[in-house]
Design a protein around this ligand. Structure first.
Ligand SMILES: Cc1ncc(COP(=O)(O)OP(=O)(O)O)c(N)n1
Ligand SMILES: Cc1nc(C(=O)O)sc1CCOP(=O)(O)O
Ligand SMILES: [Mg+2]
Length: 527
């Protein structure tokens, strides 16, 4: 059962999303599905109709493309008044429409870029309706005019095969075709596994995400490929699934989420919509609209393609999970110096992190040994940042690792040493990756601008934090970090996040111990 969204977006703040697509008179797909999705995901939808279809759930009786004049008139009139944060492109009924929209996009994206506006463009290369009837003419469509203009293209296996110009039987062939398409069109690709072939796992719905120069995320993920796997939902009510996925991706990106996040949220949105789907006619029915997905179980499992291809059992998937924390983290200081660590322990700190970032620090091991000893003396949870091998060697209480650190670490060894684990995250995508390791807590940042560390991602802000809190409720402690101090603490607390981690708010205070105690008072008493 989906949770009720406790964080609806105020209507006046809704971002604008356009759908450039065909009308489905049956209401299950096309413009009708797109607008329902966009609205359901707290955005305002505008439509540019490319074609009118006479369509039911069992047949496409006819398709009539709109004229070039009315197509451009719709684009121009919206540009003047309702500029979008994201655009979804669905059915383009013929090559003329592809050329026209691509030309128009080329010019407008330049203009918007000059004004500092970034607009995500998601193309669903629709060719055939769910009932099997063609939506485009018999001519082969050439999408290369869109090269360099798109953020994401979302073909299913049949469309991918058409774009690749060859049959795709095995997952390996689809992977190669998706990677080739990404390079050819200079675009990220989600190759949807809905139309599975005989060599695919039929109990699962597996999509391949090929990232191409994705911005605002760690370089660890921005050029990589991932399998996104969900349980296959046993229903024939899948009319409009592709339209729903692509318009959901556009809507989520319009809210300022990075591409990888939009893809996993949209996939979860489709999964929950399929579970509650219904059949209004005698053919395949439609997805239900269940709002922003905030139940972890509907989100996909993420596996980097390189790990899947290596077929090795990863040292980094830990079936049992890490220690459950019995002492709440509360206000969690992160410090670079031992004397600061001791000073704060004396002031009553019960959880603290030693974060030494100088790899050439000659005293590193000594500092770690001493920090762990202080932790025992003061009965506090001392986490060691990054240096997991030294933490194991000297029996630390806990280790904190970032997503980049995970690549070089051995979580199996950490777990066998009974060491608590904190993992960093900066997006839905990274939260899901972190959750797969069953850590002791997940840190999420950076909430506000910070000077402590250079970040590849933008500050997350409170709206996103509230969405992550909604998702994580009751699963694991979620710790907010980045730019938190006495002036922002109350707003952070209001999101319902479990704990906060702070660097400068304590370490740069005239009296760090007093600053810590004041933050604790504010956090616990809400002052
Ligand atoms: C509580 C907490 N949250 C996040 C971080 C950042 O960890 P990481 O991403 O590995 O970056 P570095 O701290 O290593 O620069 C943290 N240390 N603690
Ligand atoms: C170390 C660190 N990690 C972050 C993340 O988002 O992963 S933000 C951050 C720095 C937090 O410092 P301050 O409290 O001084 O802003
Ligand atoms: Mg680190």
């Amino acid at each position: 059962m989906a949770k009720v969204n406790s964080n609806p977006m105020p209507t006046r703040n809704r971002p604008i999303v356009w759908t450039i697509a065909g009308s489905d008179s049956g209401g299950g797909a096309g413009i009708q599905a797109d607008l329902a999705t966009i609205n359901d995901l707290d955005a305002h939808g505008c439509s540019v109709i490319t074609a009118v279809t006479a369509q039911s759930s069992v047949t496409v009786a006819s398709v009539e493309a709109v004229s070039p004049q009315i197509l451009i008139a719709q684009l121009d009139v919206l540009t003047a008044d309702l500029a979008p944060q994201a655009i979804k492109i669905g059915l383009l009924a013929n090559q003329q429409q592809i050329n026209l929209v691509a030309n128009w996009l080329h010019k407008i994206l330049l203009q918007w870029r000059e004004r500092g506006l970034t607009v995500a463009v998601i193309l669903d290369p629709v060719m055939v309706a769910t009932c099997g009837d063609a939506l485009t003419g018999s001519e082969a469509l050439d999408f290369t005019p869109f090269k360099g203009l798109l953020t994401l293209i979302t073909p299913n296996v049949t469309e991918l095969a058409t774009l690749a110009g060859r049959q795709l039987i095995t997952p390996e062939q689809s992977v190669q075709a998706a990677q080739t398409l990404a390079a050819q069109l200079q675009v990220s690709v989600i190759a949807k596994g809905g139309d599975i072939g005989p060599n695919w796992d039929e109990g699962l719905a597996r999509d391949l995400l090929v990232c191409h120069q994705v911005t605002g995320i760690s370089s660890l993920h921005s050029e990589h490929a991932f399998w996104l796997t969900s349980n296959r939902i046993n229903t024939n009510n899948n009319h409009g699934t592709g339209c729903t996925l692509s318009s959901a991706i556009a809507a989520v990106m319009a809210h300022g989420f990075v591409l990888n996040d939009a893809v996993v949220v949209a996939k979860a949105y489709v999964s929950q919509g399929l579970v509650q789907s219904y059949q209004p006619g005698s053919g395949p029915g439609c997805l239900a609209r269940c709002g922003w997905p905030n139940t972890l179980s509907v989100y996909p499992f993420i596996q980097p393609l390189c790990e899947a291809t290596a077929k090795t059992s990863s040292n980094n998937l830990n079936a049992c999970g890490f220690m459950k924390l019995t002492t709440q983290l509360g206000v969690y200081p992160v410090v670079a110096e031992l004397d600061m660590l001791q000073q704060l322990l004396k002031a009553g700190v019960k959880t603290i992190q030693l974060r030494v970032k100088d790899p050439a620090d000659q005293l590193l091991e000594q500092k770690i040994v001493q920090a762990i000893a202080f932790g025992r003396d003061y009965r506090a949870q001392v986490f060691i940042n990054d240096h997991w091998q030294l933490a194991i060697k000297h029996h630390a209480f806990g280790v904190h690792l970032g997503q980049e650190d995970l690549v070089a670490s051995n979580l199996k060894q950490l777990s066998e040493a009974n060491i608590a684990l904190g993992l960093s995250s900066h997006s839905y995508f990274e939260i899901l990756l972190a959750m797969q390791h069953k850590p002791s807590y997940i840190a999420f940042g950076h909430i506000f601008p910070t000077t402590t560390k250079q970040m590849p991602s933008a500050p997350q802000g409170l709206d996103k934090l509230a969405r992550y809190v909604d998702l994580m409720q009751g699963e694991l402690p979620l710790v907010a970090i980045g730019g938190i101090d006495s002036s922002t603490l109350a707003k952070v607390k209001k999101t319902g996040v479990d704990d906060i981690a702070v660097v400068r708010a304590v370490t740069e205070a005239v009296n760090p111990a007093a600053a810590y105690q004041a933050l604790v008072k504010q956090w616990t008493e809400g002052e």
